[in-house]
Design a protein around this ligand. Structure first.
Ligand SMILES: Cc1ncc(COP(=O)(O)O)c(C=O)c1O
Length: 401
């Protein structure tokens, strides 16, 4: 294993997880291990591995895989956690984190009301049907969060560092205090920050979740999720996943790790581009409001600066087209030529999304309106293309409405 003590972020994205001793061969890059089965010198060895008495691989990837393990080590290193466990998607990671935190029938969860649409439905439909009590709160209103936590004594408080599409920022140090005072675990979906902008474990989070599909993999060609946590909670994730089977495959792990190596470079560009475009749109006559946590008039600007140590607020921002409804937003999206209308974010490609028909489609119009998601709200995820080209594309598409 390479010695990365005191090494900078960009050094660790390149080297973390690599350098396992494979015997005679010492590849610079961890290889893909597609084999499901592994053989041992004798049955005692196999028995010891199956009984968790010594490390090894037996049935892959559901019981662990060397390529996936390399990726897990890399993300644990970058998030500053003891260990990590990778899954086939961000949703699988969220589901398993909730189970590992102890969410069952007759337990409760306090969660941010504006979590990603599928997370909202997972809580409100699946976990509610199974008998868990879900309490949704505005995470920026700490008095309400504190009251909900002390009243319902949840096993988990689930928040997103930056929420979507209004880019609200969670006060992680205060939320950790509130959760821990009630003996609840703080689960943080850190997808919109990636480990580059913020490491929630430093602020007291017990589990950090990523949709790796987004910024970490970064190229729009792999779906994956990961949970970073303590060694003990990782063991619980592994115990559950051996039964539930939402494992990340070795090919996807390899692709995600390849994408990860340029995370710092991509994030620096994408955060810079997003800020430049957000500032420009604030002055645009057709735009009513821009939501981006690195704009000084954003309510959590100071908090975002402190959580990210001034590095930025991510690749994604949203804006409200003045007086627009579905028809005008569709016309705007159809007129874009470079920015792709696709349901993801965090890629090297700039992407546009209309939350009302995609990320927040599962919510009724009334719930969306309650959350502040109006019919004219559009979300942009800024890629690494030249910022002038992205700006020209948005300007020309705005001119059609
Ligand atoms: C904040 C957030 N968390 C989790 C997910 C789910 O991740 P995946 O699509 O990889 O299952 C998404 C997907 O858009 C997301 O935006």
């Amino acid at each position: 294993m390479r010695n990365l003590t005191n090494k900078a972020f960009n050094t660790r994205t390149v080297h973390a997880g690599e350098g396992v001793d494979f015997g005679q061969l010492n590849p610079v890059v961890s290889p893909v291990y597609p084999s499901v089965g592994y053989t041992y010198a004798d049955s005692n060895d196999l028995d010891a591995v199956l009984g968790n008495e010594r490390p090894g691989y037996v049935y892959s990837p559901r019981y662990g895989n060397p390529t996936v393990a390399a990726f897990e080590r890399a993300i644990a290193n970058l998030e500053g956690g003891e260990a990590a466990y990778a899954f086939a998607s961000g949703m699988a990671a969220i589901h398993m984190a909730l189970l590992a935190a102890g969410v069952r029938a007759n337990t409760s969860v306090v969660a941010a009301a504006d979590v990603y649409g599928a997370t909202y439905s997972l809580l409100q439909n699946v976990f509610t049907e199974l008998g868990s009590q879900i309490h949704l709160v505005d995470v920026t209103d700490l008095t309400t969060v504190e009251a909900a936590v002390s009243r319902s004594r949840p096993v988990a408080l689930l928040v997103e560092t930056i929420s979507n599409p209004l880019m609200k920022v969670a006060d992680l140090p205060r939320l950790a205090e509130i959760a821990h005072a009630a003996e609840a675990r703080l689960l943080v979906d850190n997808t919109f920050c990636s480990p580059y902008l913020c490491n929630p474990i430093r602020f007291g989070a017990d589990m950090v979740i990523h949709s790796v599909t987004k910024l970490i993999a970064g190229h729009g060609d792999v779906m994956a999720g990961i949970v970073v946590t303590t060694a003990a909670l990782r063991a619980e994730l592994m115990r559950l996943n051996k039964l539930l089977g939402g494992s990340l495959g070795p090919f996807e792990a390899w692709l995600a790790m390849r994408g990860l190596k340029t995370l710092g470079l991509r994030m620096r560009e994408q955060c810079g581009h997003a800020l430049e475009l957000a500032r420009w749109l604030q002055t645009h006559p057709k735009i009513k409001q821009v939501h981006y946590a690195f704009l000084p008039d954003h309510p959590q600007y100071a908090l975002m600066k402190s959580l990210s140590e001034g590095k930025g607020a991510g690749a994604v921002f949203s804006f409200e087209i003045d007086g627009a409804g579905r028809e005008q937003v569709f016309a705007f999206m159809d007129a874009l030529r470079l920015v792709q209308p696709a349901t993801s974010l965090g890629d090297i490609y700039s992407l546009v999304l209309y939350p009302a028909i995609s990320s927040h489609r599962a919510l009724t119009r009334a719930v969306r309106a309650d959350l502040g998601i109006g019919d004219g709200l559009v979300r942009i995820s800024v890629g690494i293309e030249a910022v002038a080209d992205i700006q020209a594309d948005i300007e020309s598409a705005l001119s059609v409405i």
